[in-house]
Design a protein around this ligand. Structure first.
Ligand code: NAD
Length: 454
């Protein structure tokens, strides 16, 4: 428990052989009852799983909070409803995965069908274990795949609970396998396994690269959702109140451990001081504390390693000459809490404005005009998300077009919806999750060509 530093559970560690057993069980299930099930029955099972998650909602909220340090209020408000929405959405899609009749030739009936890609390795990060896990599991199951799920080693509890609930819902044995274990052992074994057809991964760019290399062995299909260093750009003609409020939650939500966190706040020179001052006030107003208290708005970082990483970036920022306006230190003696921190006087080239910190650290960067803002916003290796605050309709459309990002938010920051494609490019990875794009991730098109003669 990162809030108390106490051990809350002992979890079995999956080794290479366990992963092999899980993959074989997933392969067997693919060829069994599951493979012959009506698509609408797969949808019904997803709905049943949604019902069981709703029934056990409080237990899942507690497990997720104790394991990750997330405030229960945020899990209740965001993660759990998103998990259920995801299941309901893909339940409805299970029997709408259509092929096409494509009249290619006069002497043939030619059509396509979409078949499940097969055994899918699902590798989940620790920042949204339940929600990101379900973003992958629900569409893969809707498509008829079988799964070997590898939760992050520091947050395995909710994935294990979902495994139990999947069995209770009636998914045949072997359809959902959960292998808690370390990335370098269990994760790597899954990636290297010759009988895994696809890996869907969310995590760091470093591990993303390792996954691509491992997947080369049997040419697995891969989807990578990696990091970000997203720009949230504020112009003087924006509603500054709303912009600063959203900029605060954009970087401090989930203690900054969000791939699309608005970690670079770009403020126009005319309002720079005002934005810094108001953002610092918001940082100070965050209620840091026990994640189990409903009034807590910010919990600890997920682990000691992550806390030390964030603290070391704060030192790096100071060393580079950026100014800590508020925060800048550990918040408590016990628990991995770091004060919400605002850096001003940040230059675009500094490491703190180029590298993903994954903690509650806002860097506020000054820009002089539209071109300057675009240059800075697009000037990192990432390409995941961006936000623009302005009342100028031509400007926001130009930015929507020219920002390099998988999602551009205009006069808002951070919302996602399972119906909308999610993902990025460059060091943010490739491929898109969510919506009907996820169906392409988990199906393989097949052409059937029937010679009919003329
Ligand atoms: P991580 O890459 O260290 O770990 C992610 C998962 O990969 C864990 O389950 C881990 O055990 C596993 N893993 C580690 N090494 C592996 C290997 N060699 N082979 C197979 N699996 C391995 O990332 P993290 O620290 O858990 O998560 C933080 C990172 O995730 C950040 O960089 C963040 O930006 C990114 N992230 C991205 C998104 C997105 O949608 N783009 C969402 C959440 C998090």
């Amino acid at each position: 428990n990162p809030a108390t530093e106490q051990v809350i559970a002992q979890v079995a560690e999956a080794g290479v052989e366990d992963v092999d057993v899980a993959v074989r069980s997933a392969r067997k299930a693919l060829d069994g009852e599951w493979g012959h099930m009506k698509a609408s029955d797969r949808g019904r099972l997803l709905l049943k799983l949604a019902d069981l998650i709703k029934r056990d909602e409080e237990e899942l909220v507690m497990l997720e909070s104790l394991d990750s340090g997330k405030p229960v209020s945020a899990i209740r408000r965001q993660d759990l409803p998103a998990v259920i929405d995801t299941l309901v959405y893909y339940a409805g899609m299970a029997d709408k995965i259509n092929g096409q009749v494509i009249p290619a030739r006069a002497d043939a009936l030619t059509y396509t069908v979409r078949e499940p890609v097969g055994v899918v390795g699902v590798i989940i990060p620790w920042n949204f274990p339940l929600m990101i896990g379900m973003w992958k599991m629900a569409p893969a199951l809707a498509c008829g795949c079988t799964l070997v799920v590898k939760p992050a080693e520091i947050t395995p509890l909710t994935a294990l609970k979902i495994g139990e609930l999947a069995l209770e819902a009636g998914f045949p044995a072997g359809v959902v396998n959960v292998v808690p274990g370390f990335g370098k052992v269990a994760g790597q074994a899954l990636v290297d396994h010759p009988d895994v057809d696809k890996v869907t991964f969310t995590g760091s760019p470093t591990v993303g690269r390792q996954i691509l290399q491992g997947a080369a062995g049997n040419l697995k299909r891969v989807t990578l959702e990696l990091g970000g260093k997203s720009a949230n750009i504020i112009f003087p003609d924006a509603d500054i109140d709303a912009a600063v409020k959203a900029a605060g939650s954009g970087i401090f939500f989930n203690t900054g451990q969000v791939c699309s966190a608005g970690s670079r706040i770009l403020a126009h020179a005319d309002i720079y001081d005002e934005v810094v001052e108001r953002l610092a006030a918001r940082a100070k107003s965050m209620r840091i504390g026990d994640p189990l208290e409903t009034s807590t708005s910010m919990g600890p970082l997920v682990s000691e390693v992550q806390m030390n990483r964030v603290l070391s970036y704060i030192d790096i920022g100071r060393g580079e000459g950026a100014r800590v306006v508020t925060g800048g230190a550990r918040a408590t003696d016990k628990g991995y809490y770091v004060q919400p921190t605002v850096f001003a006087g940040v230059e675009h080239e500094m490491r703190v404005s180029q590298e993903e910190i994954f903690g509650p650290v806002a860097t506020v960067i000054k820009f002089k005009d539209d071109d300057d803002a675009l240059r800075i916003a697009n000037g990192t290796v990432y390409s995941l998300a961006a936000g623009v605050w302005s009342a100028d309709i031509a400007r926001v459309h130009r930015f929507a077009r020219q920002l390099k990002a998988g999602t551009v938010w205009i006069n808002t920051y951070g919302p996602t919806d399972i119906r909308l494609p999610w993902g990025g490019a460059r060091d943010s990875g490739f491929g898109r999750e969510h919506g009907d794009m996820a169906i392409e991730n988990f199906t393989e098109p097949k052409v059937v060509w029937i010679n009919t003669g003329r």
